[in-house]
Ligand binder design. Structure first.
Ligand SMILES: Cc1cc2nc3c(=O)[nH]c(=O)nc-3n(C[C@H](O)[C@H](O)[C@H](O)COP(=O)(O)O)c2cc1C
Length: 389
């Protein structure tokens, strides 16, 4: 199998077959099936919301490469008059810098990648966003790649009411644009929100998390499934768990958005991000089941290899959202041909050192994962993580 993997890795450098999950199943007896918001996916690799899901051309490349799902850039909610209470997030900024970032207190030996960018949410009109949603919907129907809008809605201070007008207007417009229910939607709690004065009060954050999923559902005349993308708040690990408990009304949790560097005033990723995320997910998994109001999990943060996807899966994540790894200089991918998405998928799945196939075979060798019906199932890792211990 190892020799076969070396060969596949080499030959797919020129062209990754779009239906690589079937090839992996037939050749290695590995079922890569995964899940996001209750939807079955052929494999766990999706694109997180951001600058790489801003237009139809990016989505077309992703669908052609065989990506499982793409979350659109976060739009800032507005009411029927066009007023946006979170307007500070709708700023225009194009310059991005992909650079190395060492983990805190460590030398460049363990430098990861980060994208430095001062921007925030969607900076064009809601009408333009709805056009992107419709293009995504058509592509989803034609190719099977899931496409999911992402929204930042009004978040009040403790003493204030929610602006339901924003929830109603934006959600309904998205429902109309998508057409066939249910609407799948992500609610973003971003690193810049974590760094904002609004997020200094823990009780205020917990209230948002308790109330927001239901407010979104109530705003729509049809069923809406809500994934909440949690921020890394500026508090301790125990508060990350408190946030996960508070948001029990969500249909899935995306864990966790980037860290916030207060000195530089920017969000960042790299090893500090995955170290923290995996540590908190470990705590969540190891708590006695009575205290865990368990929600399906999706991993995000410094996923630059298939083995890192498995690290998140072993802590309960049923799929993964990547951003930075889809944005590296071309020289960083082993593939010689194809779009960035294809080259990234090639490395994530077939790299014989740390790809998904190699990692899953290794877990079998360690007897961490067993074949059922002759196959190794990616989703068994997440269900094992949920088993009470
Ligand atoms: C330039 C940039 C813009 C982003 N914009 C958004 C956004 O609008 N909404 C959101 O939910 N996440 C956003 N993210 C977060 C990513 O979707 C992802 O969750 C995060 O970067 C961690 O994954 P990574 O380490 O693979 O990049 C952005 C990330 C980057 C690097």
């Amino acid at each position: 199998m190892r020799r076969r993997l070396e060969r596949d890795f080499e030959r797919f450098k020129r062209e990754l077959p779009r239906d690589f999950p079937s090839q992996v199943r037939e050749t290695y007896g590995i079922d890569l099936a995964a899940r996001y918001l209750g939807v079955d996916l052929p494999h766990p690799i999706g694109k997180g919301s951001g600058q790489l899901s801003l237009n139809a051309a990016q989505l077309e490349d992703d669908a052609a490469a065989g990506l499982a799902f793409a979350v659109l850039k976060t739009v800032i909610a507005e009411d029927e008059t066009g007023a946006q209470t979170m307007a500070a997030w709708a700023i225009h900024e194009t310059r991005m810098k992909v650079e190395r970032r060492a983990a805190a207190g460590e030398g460049p030996g363990r430098a990861g990648w980060t994208v430095t960018w001062k921007g925030r949410g969607w900076d064009r009109s809601l009408a333009e966003y709805l056009a992107l949603v419709r293009a995504g919907r058509d592509l989803a129907r034609a190719t099977g790649m899931q496409v999911v809008p992402s929204v930042k809605y009004h978040l009040p201070r403790l003493a204030e009411p929610f602006r339901d007008g924003e929830y109603r207007h934006t959600t309904r417009r998205l429902v109309e644009a998508w057409g066939e229910p249910p609407l799948l939607l992500e609610k973003d709690f971003s690193p810049t929100l974590a760094g904002d004065a609004l997020s200094e009060d823990r009780a205020q954050i917990e209230r948002w998390l308790r109330e927001v999923p239901e407010r979104i559902r109530q705003a729509a005349p049809v069923p809406v499934r809500v994934a909440v993308k949690l921020m890394n708040a500026r508090f301790d690990d125990a508060f990350q768990l408190a946030m996960m408990d508070a948001v029990a009304g969500a249909d899935a949790l995306v864990c966790f958005n980037r860290l916030f560097d207060e000195r530089l005033g920017v969000a960042y990723g790299g090893w500090d991000l995955s170290d923290r995320n995996l540590r908190v997910l470990d705590l969540y998994r190891l708590r006695p089941p009575s205290t865990a109001s368990y929600r399906p999990l999706v991993g995000t943060g410094n996923i630059c290899s298939g083995c890192m996807i498995l690290d998140y899966a072993r802590r309960g994540c049923e799929s993964a959202q990547l951003h930075t790894f889809f944005q590296l200089p071309l020289s960083q991918y082993p593939a010689t041909h194809g779009s960035r998405t294809q080259r990234a998928l090639h490395a994530l799945v077939f790299d014989p050192r740390d790809g998904l196939v190699a990692g899953i075979l290794e877990l079998e060798a360690q007897e961490t994962l067993e074949r059922r019906g002759g196959e190794l199932h990616f989703l068994d890792l997440a269900s094992d993580a949920r088993r009470p211990r």
